[in-house]
Structure formats: structure tokens, C-alpha cells
Design a protein around this ligand. Structure first.
Ligand code: A2P
Length: 338
């Protein structure tokens, strides 16, 4: 038997990838519904090469009889509509930050903590972690299994697609305007993003960290281990797709670089590209459209008793968002939970 699946936010950067990846990975769907705001009702979006879906308006959409709904339309839309969909018996896989830290909502990276899905029926909601968290925990998990991680220091280099279609347009328009010597006021980002960097993603909190930085800390702990300390600086960079991270990891026990490399190579969903002698390492341009998380520049941190420095890159729209959500959908099917 196949499933009836809705994608909410289907006209967006992540929603489009959700439809593409549902099709690419052969998700057993009998029917797929594309849902977005009233503004988009009647537009068409692609599902695979041959099928187009007519977009439905979210306020008019009936979740009765829908088995799975993948949401990527922002936290306020998820806050209002995910419980309505869940009340109809549909399992919501939510890409927003709205439900991630609720204790009875599983926060899942399928390669790491699929067992958390067992509790999905408590709320009928599964949260997809933040894009920067997902790629970092994918690299941390095999290392944590090797020699317990105690502390992580991370600086991110996050592409504009993480902020949606309008953000991608803003980078394009500002870049073009620069060459034409025209002025373009920032609208999506708080500062100009073309030829610039912005150390400000999501809002500032009382302790002067941003909410994005807070998310990396609390989500990593919820997924991996509540004992791990995480401190982050999150930076938006003028890259269209692909997030990068410089990650410094401290361990309770000694770790050899070669053992770390082996553990990373053996972990599903991680590819090691690390040949400094040949100048081989991953960049965001290399990872666009890929499913894997790429780990490069693995080296010993000589400033602490046991530590490693890493460079971690992934397609933020894929493993960082849509792919992880679709993998959760497959896992729910595999575990007989849907
Ligand atoms: P729409 O295109 O109709 O505005 P992105 O992250 O690329 O900006 O995409 C956001 C997605 O969320 C789009 O599909 C957008 O639909 C959808 N969305 C935004 N606001 C709402 C809303 N109030 N109701 C339903 N969908 C929404």
C-alpha cells in the first residue's frame, strides 16, 4: 500500500527539494499534494521529471486521510497548522524550529537516533533539526562513539538558501547591482550580503548569542548527548547553496587522527575528502545536489590534551533540510510507524 503525502511550503527552496527527493528516493506515495500560501494556489510545481502538481492553498487544505505531511513554511505556519494536521492522525515532519525542543517531539537524524521516532505518536510531530546542526552531528556521531566528546567549538559559513528563495534573489540582485554601480537596500538580511559576511542569523537572545547559535547547542545535545558542551558563531556568507563549518572537537580520551578518519569513512552518509598533499578538500560548490556530508581537513588540535579540528560541508537544502526530512519519512515506513 502506498501513502498520501503533503508537502507544505512546496513553492519554497526546501519544499521544492522535498518533492524532488521524495521522487528520487522512490518514496512509496500513492498521491502527493503540493501546498503553499493562498498566493500560490493554482500554480504548478514539479514532482519528478514528468509530473506537475497544482498547488493548493493551506487554509483550504484538508489533512483528513493524509498519512504524512512534510512542512517547510516557517515556524509560525508550523505553529498554527502542524497541530491541526496532527489532530487528523497525519504525522507531520516539520523543518521549522517551532517544535524541536518540545520534550515529547522527537528531533531526528535517521543515521544517529532513529529510535527516538518510537515516540512519534505522542504528538504526531517529528522535528527536523536545523541545517547547521544536522551536518555537524553527522560528523560528530562517529567521533563520539570512538572517544567521548566533551566540548565542541564551531564557526559556520552558511549559504543564503538557508533563508529561502527571497534571500537567494537578494544575493543575486545585490551582486548584479554592485557591477552596475547601483544601490540595493537589504530587505531579507540585516546588512548587505553581496561581497560581505553577516555574523547574525535569526534574532539576538539575552546572552548576546543568536538564536541560530543557541539552536546548534541545544539541538546537538538533544540528538547526541546532553553532556556535550557546544559553543557556536553562525555567519551568513555570499554562497547560494552549501553550508560549511570549522569544527573543533575535544574528547575525554585520546584520539588518533587515523582512527577518526576511519570512523568517519565508515559512517553512513559521510564522505571523507581529505588529501592535503594533493590539495583535496570539499567546498560548498562541490556539495550542491549531493546527499552526503563531506568531512575534510581532519587534523589534531595541538592546543588541548585530546582534540581534532575538522571542516564539514553539506548541501543545506538536501541533508540539511529536505533529504533528512524524507529520510525520516522512509524510516517511519520502515519502522511500521505510519
Ligand atoms: P508561497 O510561495 O505561497 O509564499 P522559502 O523558504 O523559499 O521562502 O519558501 C517558503 C515556503 O513557505 C513557500 O512555499 C511559501 O509559499 C510557504 N509559505 C509562507 N507563508 C505561508 C503561509 N502563511 N501559508 C502557507 N505557506 C506559506
Amino acid at each position: 500500500m502506498g501513502y498520501r503525502v503533503a508537502v507544505v511550503g512546496a513553492t519554497g527552496a526546501v519544499g521544492g527539494e522535498m518533492l524532488r527527493i521524495l521522487h528520487e528516493t522512490g518514496f512509496p506515495a500513492d498521491e502527493v499534494f503540493a501546498v503553499a500560501s493562498e498566493r500560490s494556489a493554482g500554480k504548478e510545481v514539479s514532482y519528478g521529471d514528468d509530473v506537475t502538481l497544482r498547488v493548493r492553498s493551506l487554509p483550504d487544505f484538508d489533512f483528513e486521510g493524509i498519512d504524512l505531511a512534510l512542512f517547510s513554511a516557517g515556524a509560525s505556519v508550523s505553529g498554527e497548522y502542524a497541530p491541526k494536521a496532527a489532530a487528523c492522525g497525519c504525522i507531520v515532519i516539520d523543518n521549522s524550529s517551532r517544535w524541536r525542543m518540545e520534550p515529547d517531539v522527537p528531533l531526528v537524524v535517521p543515521e544517529i537516533n532513529p529510535e527516538a521516532l518510537e515516540g512519534v505518536r505522542a504528538r504526531n510531530i517529528v522535528a527536523n533539526p536545523n541545517c547547521s546542526t544536522i551536518q555537524m552531528v553527522m560528523a560528530l556521531k562517529p567521533l563520539h562513539d570512538l572517544a567521548r566528546i566533551t566540548r565542541v567549538v564551531v564557526a559556520t559559513y552558511q549559504s543564503v538558501s538557508g533563508a529561502g528563495h527571497r534571500a537567494m534573489e537578494e544575493l543575486f540582485e545585490q551582486t548584479r547591482a554592485k557591477f552596475l554601480q547601483e544601490e540595493r537596500e537589504p530587505r531579507v538580511f540585516p546588512r548587505p550580503i553581496a561581497f560581505n559576511l553577516i555574523p547574525h542569523i535569526d534574532r539576538f537572545l539575552d546572552d548576546d548569542f543568536t538564536k541560530e547559535e543557541w539552536k546548534m547547542r541545544v539541538e546537538t545535545r538533544k540528538i547526541l548527548d546532553l553532556e556535550i558542551e557546544v559553543v557556536a558563531t553562525c555567519v551568513r556568507v555570499p554562497v547560494f547553496v552549501g553550508h560549511s563549518e570549522a569544527v573543533f572537537v575535544e574528547f575525554a580520551e585520546p584520539v588518533e587522527v587515523e582512527d577518526a578518519r576511519g570512523a568517519l569513512r565508515a559512517f553512513p552518509g559521510v564522505t571523507v575528502i581529505d588529501r592535503p598533499d594533493r590539495g583535496e578538500y570539499a567546498t560548498p560548490v562541490d556539495c550542491v545536489g549531493e546527499y552526503e556530508v563531506f568531512v575534510s581537513r581532519i587534523r589534531r588540535d595541538p592546543t588541548v590534551p585530546s582534540g581534532l579540528a575538522l571542516w564539514v560541508v553539506a548541501d543545506n537544502l538536501r541533508k540539511g533540510a529536505a533529504l533528512n526530512a524524507v529520510q525520516i519519512a522512509h524510516k517511519l515506513v520502515e519502522m511500521g510507524l505510519v
